[in-house]
Structures are given as structure tokens and as C-alpha cells.
Design a protein around this ligand. Structure first.
Ligand code: CP
Length: 313
């Protein structure tokens, strides 16, 4: 059964339909309504890299819908340390579960796992590749704030080279006709093959090193952490560490309804002074991981989300 490896796996119509499901599932995500749509189903959480939000929100999503979760747990206490291959691990977990959420340090690992599995794989991040379930919660957050996805001006800022969230998100936003400002130090520019893909989809893209120059006209500012763990050379990291730091005082001329997003965790790229502004949306964004992943789990497990759930949706 096909899973979700990149945003290419979903049409725009499917994206909007899953976001509609997510909207209706909000009272379930908030614990106001119990709706055991996934009772009897088991999610396998295979996280070969650290995670707080993706792993925990998948687990919360499954449990809020009455399903269950089995975790690989700490890789160091699994049979991976005995030399078990990803292929063999997937063969086992495929038999134990109905669907698998996986994060792996190697780009392409999610597709490799999908090719080896009978159950759907949800790519929770493959190296510097893609993070499509994050994109679904990002789109939900943008739609919640602006009431639409099309025609917005979005700044993607920070580590565009290694940041997999912006690889997936830029692709989706382009398909919905957004204007993109790609703001990064030159060492961390968006990979040329991704820019080529955006252009092939008719993108309106500007690449710049100046983060602040477009803030007054932006609808969304999407900050990212510099992915220290992906640098082969500490000296290279030192050249770009702390390159962008957004402070509340940088937002004086911003549009009233401009939102600041971040996939989190943050290091120093968003100063805590921003948290108190009307623009900060990153903690709501992290909560939206539950509702977006609920909708994705239902979709990939072929379980229909009722049109009327009740509970204040
Ligand atoms: N946004 C995100 O992927 O967070 P985690 O690394 O904590 O899962």
C-alpha cells in the first residue's frame, strides 16, 4: 500500500481534502471528543534519529483515535546495533503493524523502506531529504491563519541546504501558487535541483541573503535551525552558526496578520521576545502535528473521517 514519502505522493486535491479532515478532527486532538476510528490498528514508530514532536505527535494521534503504537525505542537498545539491516528491520515491523512512521539519517531511506514494506510508510524525515508530514501540519497552520494557501508571500529562512522541512514545504507552496523568498547564507542555499523543481512547477522564487528586507510584505516567515548534525566539518558550521536571529524589534513594520513559523526545535534563530508577539505561531504549529497526523493516518489506513464529529469543530 502506498505511503507518504514526498509531497509528490499527494495531489493538491488530496492535500486540501486531508486538511479538511484535520479541521474536523480538532476536537478529537484536543481530547474533547473520543472517536476510536483506528481501534485495532497498530502504528510502528521507527525513529533512527532523535525526535520529540514527530514521534510524540504520531503516538498521540494514534492513541487519540483509539489505536495503539509500538516503538523501536532507542536504537542503541535495538538489534540495529547487532548489525541488522534496515531491510530486515522493515520486514519484521511490517508484520507487527498496520502502518509505519519512520525517521532515518539517510536520504532516500523512506523510499527504500516503502519498497521493502507491504504496509504504508510515513516519512518522518530522511536525512536532508524530505519531511512531508511536517509539510501537512505547516499547510494546516498557514490555512488556519490566512484562510487559504494560494497566493501568499512566504519567506523560508535559515538552513535551506540541509533543512528537509523547507524542501518539502517549498514544493507544496509552489504548487499552490505562493511567492517564495529563499533567505539563507550562501553556504546554506536551497539545493539547485530543488530550485529547478520549483521552477519546473512555475515558481515565483527569489534567492537572497537578506532576511529582513522582505519582512514588511510577507504573509509567513518560516524560520529554520541550522542543522549542525549534517555538517561534515565543524569549521564550516562555525561560519554560519547564528547567521539569522529574529528579534521582536525586527517585526515593527510587519503586516498585522503575518505569522512566524518554525518546525522546532529552535536554537537561537528566534529570540524569546518574539514569543509574546501576535505573530508567533510555532507552538500552535507543533500542536497541529497531532491533528494533521491523525488525518494522514486515517487517509493511509483507508478509514473515512465522518463529516460531522461534533465537539466544537
Ligand atoms: N519538527 C520536527 O521534526 O521536530 P522533531 O525533530 O522534534 O520531531
Amino acid at each position: 500500500m502506498p505511503g507518504l514519502i514526498t509531497m509528490d505522493d499527494l495531489s493538491n486535491e488530496e492535500i486540501l481534502s486531508i486538511l479538511d479532515d484535520a479541521q474536523r478532527l480538532l476536537p478529537v486532538a484536543e481530547g474533547k471528543t473520543y472517536l476510536p476510528l483506528l481501534q485495532g490498528k497498530i502504528l510502528g514508530n521507527l525513529f533512527f534519529e532523535p525526535s520529540t514532536r514527530t514521534r510524540m505527535s504520531f503516538e498521540t494521534a494514534m492513541k487519540r483515535l483509539g489505536g495503539d503504537v509500538v516503538n523501536l525505542g532507542d536504537v542503541k537498545t535495538s538489534s540495529v546495533v547487532k548489525g541488522e539491516t534496515l531491510f530486515d528491520t522493515i520486514q519484521m515491523v511490517d508484520g507487527y503493524t498496520d502502518i509505519i512512521a519512520m525517521r532515518h539519517p539517510r536520504q532516500g531511506a523512506a523510499q527504500y523502506a516503502q519498497d521493502a514494506a507491504r504496509v504504508p510508510i510515513l516519512n518522518g524525515g530522511d536525512g536532508a531529504g524530505h519531511h512531508p508530514t511536517q509539510t501537512m501540519l505547516d499547510l494546516f497552520t498557514i490555512q488556519q491563519a490566512h484562510g487559504r494557501l494560494d497566493g501568499l508571500k512566504v519567506i523560508l529562512a535559515g538552513d535551506l541546504r540541509y533543512g528537509r522541512t523547507v524542501h518539502s514545504l517549498s514544493h507544496a507552496l509552489t504548487r499552490f501558487g505562493c511567492e517564495l523568498i529563499l533567505a539563507s547564507p550562501s553556504l546554506l542555499k536551497m539545493p539547485p535541483e530543488i530550485v529547478a523543481d520549483l521552477n519546473a512547477h512555475g515558481a515565483n522564487v527569489t534567492e537572497t541573503e537578506d532576511l529582513l528586507g522582505s519582512i514588511e510584505t510577507a504573509d509567513v516567515v518560516y524560520m529554520t535551525r541550522i542543522q549542525k548534525e549534517r555538517f561534515a566539518d565543524e569549521d564550516e558550521y562555525a561560519k554560519v552558526a547564528g547567521a539569522y536571529k529574529l528579534h521582536a524589534s525586527n517585526l515593527d513594520g510587519a503586516k498585522e496578520d503575518m505569522i512566524i513559523m518554525h518546525p522546532l526545535p529552535r536554537v537561537d534563530e528566534i529570540h524569546p521576545s518574539v514569543d509574546q508577539t501576535r505573530h508567533a505561531r510555532y507552538f500552535e504549529q507543533a500542536f497541529n502535528g497531532v491533528v494533521a497526523r491523525m488525518a494522514l493516518l486515517c487517509r493511509l489506513l483507508d478509514v473515512e473521517v465522518p463529516a460531522d464529529i461534533g465537539g466544537g469543530a
